[in-house]
Design a protein around this ligand. Structure first.
Ligand code: NAD
Length: 498
């Protein structure tokens, strides 16, 4: 792969900057029409897009369709339905009596050029959802896809250009971390980054030196809490899918599972049985449920955590080995029991097909364990009683908590996606994702242009008393004091101002 140099990145950003005003001037309706056309093109070419993703990232073809193409088509639907309303001026009614003569509005204007740096695990849906939100709000975009999935990044560019996005308004620069750093240091107006905590911190430091606004969508260690009244069959299927979808390389994966002690043994048994039935293999085979990991480096991280957990007393009930007969990047879906909270596998992001399961005794303890993490991306609670689930969900520190489901919130285009604590800053998807793509301008118009303001110069003893009266008029607790304040302040309007 030829990495784009600093100069090439600067040229791309310069082109984007030149092209952006005309794109913004087109107006939201015409930009929405382009998004609609993109949606039509992608729907028509869904199989081509999914094959490209599976070939480059390895995930099963069904997951490329459902967790990538479908997510993007629905995000386009959300923008088609909501972008014009979102960009409409928003009135800001004034509560203060002194400000009643003014009209206030919020204007949402594009930042200019948005840089997007994206990871390999959802190489299509992550940059596409972010890019569509940036484009529909009038920004130009320069995307730096992961070095492991640059073909998918380029493919996204081709779909957008076919739909009518001008080439200079959406550009793809391919390369590794150095190209990402070049984009970060170029004349972009905002950076939307999705990736690891380590890179996110480096980006935040560099961005701070020039106060570049950034969105950071980082890693997670998402807990799954299976309460004593959960449906065991449903919850164990959820754990297996939630931990192993995309070979566990999902930011919202079930990374640690806590099960009420009364269900623990049966839950493990069910997970093991379901895990053993999974078909691991080539993602292009429609029967495949788990594909290879993205690269051996990632596999070694997973392997090291599992081996360390074993040494510390964890019990491997399924998997726990490479599947060399399938290829060097295949790791068997793994179920671990007897894990403890101190183990690295319960603290650090694993990002592989591993389901570590630990028991708990009380809801209080479950909440404590869920919140015992530097991360706070998402979490799930499993119970037959949705009210009980919601009560617990409110106490979990995370960007998203799902009751009786996992991961699928990423496919809800209206729902904001993002984390707290080390999982990042800012949101993607939905209205909050759109807010990241605009800068808000407050526009204030005074409707009495021929009148000097009451609070301008010409201070003195009388004015001070009038203002005391004015404060009483608005905030005194007793009505009598308010009336007296009104009488004392009345003269302020007529007083002579400088
Ligand atoms: P990564 O941090 O290694 O790389 C992400 C991107 O940043 C790549 O495009 C890479 O080339 C680029 N990059 C690397 N160094 C850079 C630098 N110094 N300056 C600018 N760009 C740089 O992450 P990854 O391995 O590609 O992705 C996996 C990680 O992403 C996991 O931690 C996962 O949890 C996280 N992730 C988070 C979300 C979310 O929405 N919160 C979604 C998907 C993935």
């Amino acid at each position: 792969m030829d990495c784009a140099t600093d100069t090439e990145v600067q040229i791309a950003v310069g082109r984007a900057r030149t092209a952006q005003p005309a794109w913004a001037a087109l107006g939201v309706r015409k930009r929405v029409a382009v998004v609609r056309e993109f949606q039509r093109v992608l729907q028509e070419k869904k199989s081509e897009a999914a094959r490209l993703i599976t070939r480059e990232a390895g995930k099963p073809y069904a997951e490329s369709l459902l967790m990538e193409v479908l997510v993007v088509l629905d995000a386009a639907r959300f923008l088609i339905e909501n972008a014009a309303r979102f960009l409409r001026d928003e009135p800001v009614p004034h509560g203060s009596v002194a400000m009643k003569a003014k009209t206030g509005r919020l204007l949402r204007e594009p930042h200019g050029v948005i840089g997007i740096v994206s990871p390999w695990n959802y190489p299509f849906s992550i940059p596409a959802v972010e890019a569509l939100a940036a484009l529909v709000t009038g920004n130009a975009v320069v995307l730096k896809p992961s070095e492991s999935t640059s073909l998918v990044g380029r493919g996204l560019g081709a779909f957008l250009h076919t739909a009518g996005v001008p080439e200079a308004v959406f550009q793809v620069v391919v390369g590794d971390g150095a190209t990402g750093a070049a984009l970060l240091n170029s004349e972009i107006d905002k950076l939307v980054f999705t990736g690891s905590v380590a890179t996110g911190k480096r980006i935040a430091q560099a961005a701070a030196t020039r106060l570049l606004p950034v969105v950071l969508e980082l890693g997670g260690k998402d807990p799954m809490l299976v309460l004593d009244d959960a449906d065991l069959d449903v919850a164990s299927s959820a754990a297996v899918w939630g931990a192993f979808a995309n070979a566990g390389q999902t930011c919202l994966s079930v990374e640690r599972c806590y099960v009420h002690r009364s269900l623990y043994a049966k839950f493990l048994e069910s997970c093991v049985e379901k895990t053993r039935r999974l078909r691991v293999g080539d993602g292009m085979d429609p029967k495949t449920e788990i594909g290879p990991m993205i690269h051996e480096r990632q596999l070694r991280v997973v392997e090291a955590q599992v081996e360390e957990a074993k040494l510390e007393g964890a019990c491997v009930l399924a998997g726990g080995t490479r599947l060399l007969e399938l290829g060097r990047n295949f790791y068997a879906p793994t179920v671990l029991a007897d894990v403890t909270q101190e183990m690295r596998i319960m603290q650090e992001e694993t990002f592989g097909p591993v389901l570590p399961v630990a028991p708990f005794d009380t809801d209080e303890q479950a909440i404590r364990l869920a919140n015992d993490s530097v991360f706070g991306l998402s979490a799930s609670v499993w119970t037959r009683d949705p009210q009980r689930g919601e009560a617990l969900a409110r106490r979990i520190v995370a960007g998203t908590v799902m009751v009786n489901d996992t991961i699928s919130c990423f496919g809800i285009s209206e729902a904001p996606h993002g984390g707290v604590k080390a999982s990042g800053i800012g949101r993607a998807h939905g209205r909050l994702g759109l807010e990241e793509m605009v800068r808000v301008k407050y526009l204030d118009v005074d409707r009495l242009p021929r009148m000097k303001k009451v609070w301008w110069y010409g201070y003195g003893e009388a004015f001070a008393r009038q203002m005391e009266g004015f404060i009483d008029l608005q905030f005194a607790r007793k009505w009598g004091a308010r009336v007296s304040g009104a009488l004392r302040s009345a003269g302020a309007v007529a007083r002579r101002k400088v």
